[in-house]
Design a protein around this ligand. Structure first.
Ligand code: ADP
Ligand SMILES: N[C@@H](CCOP(=O)(O)O)C(=O)O
Length: 309
């Protein structure tokens, strides 16, 4: 039996709408991600378990892991008789790349089971295609970091889909999921079709500056440039309490704060564990809305999707 774990991810990281993403894992060792196990069988089956199993689509063929199997078999040219199990540990519509976790774990499990008939780029291409079916357009900023780990910049040129960007080893990423759902497709639909020239220029400056600051390891500059002119101004209204939480995070001393993916998860960054813990405490008290919500102090997950023993 092969079991694959695929970690949560932050789409956009504020500054790179659809082209920048980061994988994260809690520092306390908790597994914040989905798992898929696979073993040979007489015929195909998919069963589901895990904390958020009840939120999966009721029609089995709508489960994205079923669609992973279907697409993988299509590309392979034969039907694989395997028993797959999805552990749905990630809340759906959370902004933590929940569908990406399932897609990455599902496709990687199938590829490992078959002794890797597809290379990394081919598999990542399939992951993007499946993610696109869910959100309405192909974007790799969740699947790429979830699969490859760390912070990933989408290039989509010269046969390259994504390359890694060096992060800051001492940054803590506090992830606060309030427990409510925001559909990625809907949060994309409310964005403007066109932007002002001045916003395009600011966006270019922030993104280019951030990537430059990462490569030259200037953490303060990088944090200052983590600004979102593309999505956050329009999505804030979908996120109850986000503006207050952002202000409080700044007051507590966060280096940066933003929407994770399309929300409602908020992320806040600090280079001090004590500040990260204070942010986590405030967000737990004031941003989490119900029993399904949670807050985790994380680091970048540089390993990405991996086999578990
Ligand atoms: N295994 C799966 N994990 C998560 N979502 C799934 C899965 N299979 C199908 N879906 C559907 O995909 C959509 C995911 O919604 P989305 O807002 O993109 O969530 P997220 O941003 O958390 O990935 C939902 O409609 C959900 O029912
Ligand atoms: N770039 C996408 C990221 C969506 O992430 P998710 O975790 O909310 O699915 C977007 O901002 O729409």
């Amino acid at each position: 039996m092969i079991k694959i774990y695929a970690p949560a991810s932050i789409g956009n990281v504020s500054v790179g709408f659809d082209v920048l993403g980061a994988a994260v894992s809690p520092i306390d060792g908790a597994l914040l991600g989905d798992c898929v196990s696979i073993q040979s069988a007489d015929s195909f089956s998919l069963s589901n378990k895990g904390r958020f199993v009840s939120k999966l689509p009721t029609e089995p063929k709508e489960n994205i892991v079923y669609q992973c199997w279907e697409l993988f078999c299509q590309r392979l040219g034969r039907e694989l008789p395997v028993a797959m199990v999805l552990e749905k540990n990630m809340p759906i519509g959370s902004g933590l790349g929940s569908s990406a976790c399932s897609v990455v774990a599902g496709l990687m499990a199938l590829n490992e089971f078959c002794d890797r008939p597809f290379n990394q780029t081919e598999l990542l291409g399939m992951m993007g295609e499946l993610e696109g079916r869910i959100s309405g357009s192909v974007h790799y900023d969740n699947v790429a970091p979830c699969y490859l780990g760390g912070m990933q910049l989408m290039l989509e040129e010269n046969g390259i889909i994504s390359q890694s960007v060096p992060g800051f080893d001492n940054w803590y990423w506090v992830m606060a999921y309030p427990g409510i759902k925001v559909s990625t497709a809907e949060a994309r639909a409310i964005l403007p079709a066109q932007y002002l020239r001045q916003d395009c220029i600011r966006h270019g400056r922030y993104l280019a500056g951030f990537i430059h600051a990462c490569h030259t390891q200037q953490p303060e500059l990088a944090a200052k440039l983590m600004q979102d002119v593309i999505a956050e101004p329009y999505r804030t209204r979908l996120l109850p309490g986000f503006a207050e939480a952002r202000k409080a995070s700044q007051d507590i001393g966060a280096l940066a704060c933003g929407i994770s993916g399309s929300g409602p998860t908020l992320f806040a960054v600090s280079d001090r564990l004590e500040t990260a813990q204070r942010l986590a405490d405030w967000l737990t008290k004031h941003y989490v809305q119900n029993d399904e919500g949670f807050v985790h102090v994380c680091r970048l997950d540089t390993a990405g999707a991996r086999k578990l023993d």
